[in-house]
Design a protein around this ligand. Structure first.
Ligand code: C2E
Ligand code: CA
Ligand code: CA
Length: 789
């Protein structure tokens, strides 16, 4: 062990050693002197006592016989065992008298170191000196005394040294744990703190220090463990926070107002497109705000700093390479008593959200092909126009316009040409009307013009003629020479139509009338008109018969396929009418009549039962995982018994409700939202799924999406089919898929006709595919064969 001279042990031992040396020196020199001196004094006293003993007898005997007296005194003195020699010299005596025990001379005694004392003999009577007395006193007793003293002193010293050694040993033993403790504390390893724990059997002050140290170490270990856990948790939380910020496009920042320092999270750097190493000052940060927003934002920040208030603002950033980002920033100002003040805020990149929102808004209110207002917006504007007209006693006209033989163009030249023609027509129509009028496309080749402020019927007639003229004749689309014409129906509020629904229906009826009348003309609605529509009446009559005997009606099934596995997951039920004279009639040609006459209720229920019984049959054949989609028309929602009918059919055929999906489209007749919502909720409660059909065509608006309990979005086939050539449609499809997944909906794409479609849609993450590529709608027997292959 290395000796540390500063340690308590060595100090104590040194002090003890030094003090014992001093003690021994002091005892051996000092004591010797003191004892020696005092012993001499004692001897002297004894001698003087002896002399005094002698003197009286001397004075008594002097007169009598001096010599005898001396003789007697000398004899008496020599009797003292310590007196070795007495010599008395006097003028009275002839020669000195010497009394001795050993016959040695005084000089011999002197040499021997015996005590020699000389005193004057005084005559007691005259007090005059009469002689000299020399006394030799033995040093033997002195030596004996001193020997005894040395013996005692030696044993005392030995005892002392022994006790010092014992003390040192105990000191060393007791203080040793402290040394170990010190060494251990010095070598304390925070990574392995347990090793430090000390063990001590004894129970004294030191052990209490050590046990306190152990307690402290235990606490320290606990603290270290806790800190380690905490650090782990903090770093975990930090990385979670980072990840969450990245996923949510949210970054956080903090500005110390007093010290003017700015702290930015990683995500803010990512949002700004800057490297983490770039230092950004508050001024730089402000500079990123686009110039149009900067003043406003700075004012908001200043107000917040002044009032310590919260803020929640949207603004845009203008970054490198002309990049513009929209951000939403929420923050608060924290002021503390110590004078510190800081803005803590989160900023969120909402650029994509804004784009999506705009896109969805557009999808909700505008026709994506022509960018014209859709039905929803038309209805909204018509509603306002009617209110206005009612207040100001004005007239509102609605022009219903349908291109003649458009289907023929589409079927022969393809829908790309058809689409181009529709865009072309929309531009032509736009030129015939005023800014305040609304031109909308409400479906295929159907356009509606709302004239919110006309004075007389003549105004509308004038516009109708202009339109007929502008469209009639030949037009060139992509070097195709096309002949087109149009049929126009007009209804006027308040003349023949009392409200919006009537205005639309009547304009439609007038348009039908115009078509019946040889096309390329316009008709203004009149009450008697309905009676003349013979074709529609005939369709209605035939359809009623068909629904009653059910022999002519048939449900076809079109496969739906999982986009990843390519497996058939189910089918959409599509109704067909085997007309005895017209042959196979497609739903587009009779569903409308069925709806307007109310036949759809009975027809719809028949389709539901037919499809459900077929599900049972496929279950029996072992295809028990199929999900069949059934179309519901808007009118069916007004049937309060729809849900209970569906439930009873599910019970009757013992199928699982999860095997059914109902497809709905937002149509004009579905205007009663609360009632629709109730029916949908009822259906949902049964356990069947709900899909929004033809999504993206404007029939379904975003507000409905949020309100309705929806499972699936079916992307309209027009987008799917066009997306190969049209980048815009591709973006729309991708947006719909992303948005649907974000809202938790499944996506089904319709109109999948090629491998190119499949690859694109699969990459976009579309869940299911439906279209001619896989299969057209086929009879139940043909579909069973499809399942078998
Ligand atoms: P929808 O619900 O959008 O049905 C899809 C239509 O697109 C079907 O026409 C289908 O045959 C067609 N289709 C499917 N894949 C492709 C493809 O790859 N390319 C092309 N060009 N077309 C494809 P369909 O059967 O003529 O039905 C037309 C519309 O009639 C349906 O449109 C639906 O709104 C209505 N409908 C059909 N069956 C029923 C029904 O049972 N009840 C009701 N209420 N409406 C029905
Ligand atoms: Ca459908
Ligand atoms: Ca559809």
């Amino acid at each position: 062990m290395k000796i540390n001279f500063n340690s308590i042990i060595s100090k104590t031992l040194t002090i003890l050693f030094v003090s014992s040396v001093i003690y021994i020196l002091f005892i051996s020199v000092g004591a010797h002197k003191i004892f020696g001196a005092s012993y001499k004094k004692l001897i002297d006293e004894r001698i003087s006592i002896t002399i005094q003993d002698i003197s009286p007898s001397l004075s008594l005997n002097l007169s009598f016989s001096f010599t005898e007296a001396i003789q007697e005194i000398g004899n008496k003195a020599i009797e003292n065992p310590d007196v070795l020699l007495v010599k008395i010299e006097s003028k009275i005596l002839e020669s000195p008298l010497v009394f001795t025990k050993e016959h040695k001379s005084i000089d011999a005694y002197k040499n021997n170191g015996e005590f020699i004392s000389q005193s004057v003999l005084v005559d007691p009577l005259t007090s005059k000196p009469i002689g000299k007395m020399t006394l030799v006193y033995s040093k033997k007793t002195y030596e004996q005394f001193m020997n005894n003293f040395y013996l005692l002193f030696f044993s005392a010293t030995v005892g002392l040294v022994l006790s010092i050694l014992t003390l040192a040993y105990f000191l060393y033993k007791s203080l040793k744990p402290l040394t170990i403790l010190a060494t251990s504390l010095r070598s304390f390893n925070p990574n392995n703190p347990k090793k430090l724990l000390l063990h001590l059997d004894s129970n004294n002050e030191i052990s209490s220090i050590v046990s306190s140290a152990n307690d402290m170490i235990n606490n320290l270990v606990k603290y270290l463990n806790d800190t380690q856990e905490l650090n782990k948790e903090i770093s975990q939380k930090q990385s979670h926070l980072k990840e969450a910020q990245r996923i949510a496009n949210v970054g956080s920042w903090e500005y110390d107002i007093v010290n003017e320092t700015l702290l930015l999270s990683d995500e803010i750097y990512r949002i700004l497109g800057l490297k983490r190493s770039v230092v950004i000052s508050w001024q730089d940060f402000i500079e990123f705000i686009s110039s149009k927003d900067r003043e406003f934002v700075v004012t908001v920040f200043k107000d917040a700093m002044k009032n310590g208030s919260n803020f929640d603002i949207k603004f845009s950033l203008s970054l490198e390479n002309n990049r513009i980002l929209d951000v939403r920033t929420r923050g608060k100002v924290r002021k503390k008593i110590d004078g510190s003040a800081r803005i803590a805020a989160v900023s969120m990149d909402i650029t994509q959200d804004n784009i999506n929102k705009k896109m969805i808004e557009r999808l909700a209110y505008y026709d994506s092909l022509t960018s014209l207002p859709n039905r929803v917006l038309l209805k909204d504007r018509a509603h306002k126009a009617l209110q206005n007209a009612h207040r100001n006693n004005q007239k509102v006209a609605m022009i219903f316009l349908d291109l003649d033989h458009f289907k023929l163009i589409n079927d022969t030249l393809g829908h790309t040409i058809g689409d181009k023609l529709l865009i072309y027509v929309s531009k032509l129509l736009k030129m015939q009307i005023r800014e305040s009028d609304t031109l909308s496309r409400i479906g295929g080749d159907e356009f509606v013009i709302l004239l919110p402020d006309i004075h007389s019927q003549k105004d509308v007639e004038f516009i109708a003629e202009k339109i007929l003229e502008s469209l009639y004749g030949q037009h060139f689309i992509d070097s195709h020479q096309l002949y087109i014409s149009t049929s126009i129906g007009i209804a006027i509020y308040p003349d023949t139509s009392k409200d919006m629904d009537e205005l639309i229906t009547n304009a439609d009826t007038a348009m039908y009338d115009a078509k019946q009348d040889g096309r390329n003309n316009y008709k203004i609605y009149q009450k008697a008109m309905g009676n003349h529509i013979s074709t529609q009446m005939k369709v209605e009559q035939d359809l009623k018969n068909a629904v009653n005997n059910k022999k002519e009606l048939e449900v076809y099934y079109q496969a739906k396929v999982d986009s990843n596995s390519g497996q058939i997951t189910g089918a959409e039920a599509l109704v067909r009418w085997n007309h005895p004279e017209r042959g196979l009639v497609f739903p587009d040609d009779f569903i409308r009549v069925a709806e307007s006459t109310g036949i759809i209720l009975e027809l719809g229920n028949w389709i539901i039962e037919e499809a459900i019984s077929q599900v049972k049959e496929w279950n029996r054949l072992g295809y028990s995982n199929l999900k069949i989609a059934i179309n519901l028309s808007g009118r069916q929602f007004q049937d309060m018994k729809l849900a209970s009918f569906v439930a009873s059919m599910i019970r009757k055929y013992e199928i699982s409700p999860s095997q059914l999906e109902f497809e709905i489209t937002e149509t004009l007749s579905m205007s009663n939202v609360p009632a629709t919502l109730r029916v949908l909720d009822e259906l949902k409660n049964i356990g069947v799924s709900i899909a929004i059909d033809d999504f993206g065509t404007g029939y379904s608006s975003l507000s409905y999406l949020k309100q309705f309990p929806i499972n699936t979005l079916k992307i309209d086939k027009s987008f799917v089919m066009d997306m190969i050539d049209d980048e815009g449609d591709k973006v729309i499809v991708q947006t719909i898929i992303s948005m649907a997944h974000f809202l938790g909906f499944k996506t089904v794409a319709e109109g999948v006709e090629s491998l190119e479609h499949i690859n694109l849609l699969r990459n976009m993450g579309c869940d299911e595919l439906q279209g001619y590529y896989y299969s057209k709608a086929v009879t139940k027997h043909a579909f069973t064969l499809l399942l078998e292959t």
